[in-house]
Ligand binder design. Structure first.
Ligand code: GCO
Ligand code: MG
Length: 406
């Protein structure tokens, strides 16, 4: 078999998605997600200008060899643009291999280790009544676990909170934000407020509901340690991205002070970003997306590495992972032994028409379906009717104007 065509499709059915479609000489096609929120076109150029010309004529079955030649052959390694581009190739090739075998991808990854894939959904509110409504909504949708984000008194907008520009950008109202929206931040106010929110949520929803929280890279190690400690009585499922974690050693300090489980990794793109965190058992969940980590091949290796340290998978699944990236994630979730949880935000009805998928979401659980490959079909005509729409994620400033981590 030979690769005869590879093309990059950019579409914005409510938010931007970048998809690679590889075609073989016997007519098989494979899809890969290359969406990098707010920096989409740099991945498009990386693929179109530098990767596609190298793919033509290659044997698509040689996934590992093609992966290694793109990673090592570029000389310039790692980084989100490179790894999103390589991820798209990797997933498209796995899609083709599984279609050629007439099997759903999870069967090539060792088969199902479980019947279905547990998820968590996002709940948020500017205040407690709004937050409680949002949690009730997620529970009504069947979500077995809920991520809780809340407004902070004195701050106008906070990451992930309904009604804020951040939530809109996060959820996909992209065209409203041709320049980054500026949000405000005050760490002390947040640290004072958050424990009272979890206290209220626990007393309203009981002890059993798994609760998660995302600190979105905003804390120093000692602040994160304090927060983890303060949240211990509420038994979180995890505290996510408590520090920026470019400095992996920072997590030693956090870990020393708290038993709140820690999850990190949505902005990481290779196993090297995790070495200290995993070997020193400083975290409990690895959070990378198939789309930003170089594909199914390296993410599977990360999960096997993490398994040796009883660390579990928790694949990043916001709306900016396309249904193609989500499908690949769900196949991996079903197959790996050390599965933890899958973040699932779903997509708009229009997005679901552009990308028809075999995976299903029922009673808060995902299943990849039995279609050969990853089980996603791209409607190219509908995709073309919704062209690229420039959009940025927000930036964050302290009250004196200093830029802070968003
Ligand atoms: C999450 C993430 C997202 C990111 C978004 C950025 O936990 O789902 O933090 O909400 O902010 O993916 O593009
Ligand atoms: Mg996050």
């Amino acid at each position: 078999m030979k690769i005869v065509d590879a093309k990059v499709v950019v579409t914005s059915p409510g938010r931007n998605f970048v998809t690679l479609k590889i075609t073989t000489d016997d007519g098989l096609t494979g899809l890969g997600d290359a969406t990098l929120n707010g920096r989409e076109l740099s991945v498009v150029s990386y693929l179109r200008d530098h990767v596609v010309p190298l793919l033509i004529g290659l044997d698509p079955h040689r996934i590992e060899d093609i992966w290694q030649s793109l990673y090592r052959g570029a000389y310039w390694r790692r980084g989100p643009v490179t790894m999103a581009a390589i991820a798209a190739v990797d997933v498209a090739l796995w899609d083709i291999k599984a279609k050629a075998a007439e099997l759903p991808l999870y069967q090539l990854l060792g088969g199902a280790s479980r019947e279905r894939v547990g998820t968590y959904g996002h709940a948020s509110g500017r205040d407690l009544p709004e937050l409680f409504d949002s949690i009730r909504q997620r529970l009504a949708q069947g979500y077995p676990a809920v991520r809780v984000q809340t407004g902070v008194p004195g701050l106008k907008t906070v990451y992930g909170v309904g009604g804020s520009a951040a939530a809109a950008a996060d959820a996909g109202s992209v065209s409203a934000h041709p320049r980054p929206v500026v949000e405000d931040w005050d760490t002390a106010a947040y640290l004072r407020h958050l424990p009272s929110v979890f206290e209220a949520v626990r007393s309203e929803f009981g002890a059993e509901l798994p609760l998660l929280h995302d600190a979105h890279h905003r804390l120093t190690p000692i602040e994160a340690a304090r927060l983890g400690k303060d949240l211990e009585p509420y038994r979180l499922f995890w505290l996510e991205d408590c520090t920026p974690a470019e400095n992996q050693e920072a997590l030693r300090l956090v870990r020393r002070h708290t038993t709140t489980p820690l999850a990190i990794g949505e902005v990481f793109n290779t196993v090297y970003d995790y070495q200290t965190l995993v070997t020193e058992q400083l975290i409990d969940y690895v959070r990378s997306a198939v789309t930003h980590f170089g594909g199914v091949s390296p993410l599977r290796k990360l999960f096997d590495f993490a398994a040796q340290y009883q660390i579990k998978s928790a694949i990043h699944g916001p709306e900016d992972i396309s249904p193609v990236g989500m499908a690949a994630a769900v196949h991996l979730d079903l197959a790996v032994h050390n599965f933890g949880i899958q973040e699932y935000s779903g997509h708009t009805p229009l997005t679901e028409r552009v990308f028809r998928h075999a995976y299903t979401f029922t009673d808060g659980h995902l299943h990849p379906g039995e279609a050969p490959g990853i089980g996603v079909e791209l409607d190219e005509e509908l995709a073309a009717a919704h062209p690229y729409d420039p959009a940025y994620l927000p930036v964050n400033r302290l009250q004196d104007g200093t830029v802070h981590d968003w």
